[in-house]
Design a protein around this ligand. Structure first.
Ligand SMILES: NC(=O)c1ccc[n+]([C@@H]2O[C@H](COP(=O)([O-])OP(=O)(O)OC[C@H]3O[C@@H](n4cnc5c(N)ncnc54)[C@H](O)[C@@H]3O)[C@@H](O)[C@H]2O)c1
Length: 326
């Protein structure tokens, strides 16, 4: 019997590809770049399963081009805003993601951005490298205190609650807004559930961990930035379009807020002209989950989901369970 065919849209850890090869015929896009939608439609045509990345758009048109034999699309990410869930349900295609294994890496990264922005680490590093340092000075690179300040978390899910635990070691007061309450973090960490307006007004540091969906598009825009403290720092390691980047640039230029640490951008890989000219912003290229162990573990989940689905079982981490009930 012919082996099932799996298409992987870009190189992921070798361990994952080797594991897939034990079970399936595997094609990988070895070019070190994201495929265009048109290329994906051609290259994945006829495959039974796919591993996709957040840079791949998988909508009804793509699923139709791949063919009705395709049973599962395993997204190599926890966020799945690149997948058209309704189109997949309509076609009976199972979609999966990689929750949990990237919480530590992503929360650590968001906290790193928070600390580095507060203490002006990148700006100070550049100063030394540029040969400008002439000696210790008392009023030099004055930053923001983190200890005992208020940390606002938008989206107290897996990653949000992980960062809240880390913040406790800085004795931070934790407030959060979410579509639903998280009684565990309230009990365990003394986190306080607040409405969005209170979150914006009271946070010294505001970190975003909501998924990107229509309700969270531009969750932070001009109106929200105006409600924030002039001394506040915004951290975004969720998805770029959760923040209105133009409004953020204006707020930073006009010192409406104090600084921002950004892992993600509205039109990646483009970064809005102007942001990189500012000293009070740290910009990094969407690397929140980029540690070797995390990436290997993300691969394990994606591969395991494909093995399960193609052997007639339910995957561990399905994002459209409606399809399993059919
Ligand atoms: N930058 C990166 O590399 C990176 C890495 C991992 C995850 N992420 C992003 O982080 C997001 C969160 O991941 P997670 O595993 O913590 O997800 P999660 O589902 O555990 O948590 C998301 C939280 O947001 C809340 N939420 C949903 N809609 C909301 C709304 N409209 N208003 C307020 N709260 C709302 C949910 O109730 C939930 O508590 C992912 O969707 C992904 O986009 C980014």
């Amino acid at each position: 019997m012919n082996k099932a065919r799996v298409y992987v849209t870009r190189m992921i850890p070798e361990e994952s590809i080797n594991e897939l090869r034990k079970h399936f015929e595997v094609d990988v896009n070895f070019e070190d770049r994201a495929l265009t939608k048109a290329e994906l439609m051609i290259k994945a045509k006829g495959c039974d399963a796919l591993i996709t990345l957040i840079t791949d758009t998988v909508d009804g048109e793509v699923l139709d081009a791949i063919g009705a034999q395709c049973k599962v699309v395993a997204n190599y990410a926890v966020g799945f805003n690149n997948l058209d869930v309704a189109a997949a349900i309509q076609r009976g295609v199972i979609l999966t993601n990689t929750p949990g294994v990237l919480d530590d890496a992503t929360a650590t990264h968001a906290f790193t951005l928070l600390l580095a922005t507060a203490r002006r680490i990148v700006e100070a590093d550049k100063y030394v490298r540029d040969g400008k340092w002439k000696g210790w000075a008392p009023m030099f690179f004055i930053g923001m205190d983190v200890d005992r300040r208020t940390l606002g978390i938008a989206g107290m899910g897996r990653i949000g609650s992980n960062i809240a635990r880390k913040a406790k070691s800085f004795d931070m007061k934790i407030i959060y807004a979410d579509a639903r309450r998280n009684p565990q973090v309230e009990k365990e960490l003394g986190a306080t559930y607040v409405d969005k307006e209170t979150l914006l007004k009271e946070s010294d540091f505001l970190t975003l961990h909501v998924p990107l969906m229509p309700e969270t598009f531009h969750y932070i825009g001009e109106k929200e930035l105006q409600m924030m403290k002039k001394t506040a720092v915004l951290v975004n390691a969720s998805r770029g379009p959760v923040v209105d980047e133009k409004a953020l640039l204006k707020a930073l230029q006009e010192k409406q807020i104090w600084g921002a640490g950004l892992d993600v951008f509205e039109n990646e890989p483009e970064v809005l002209a102007g942001l990189t000219a500012l000293d009070n912003v740290i910009v990094v290229p969407h690397i929140a989950s980029a540690t070797s162990e995390t990436r290997i573990n993300m691969g394990k989940i994606a591969v395991n989901n494909i093995i399960k689905v193609l052997s007639g079982q339910s995957p561990e981490t399905c994002v459209n369970p409606e399809v399993l009930k059919k």
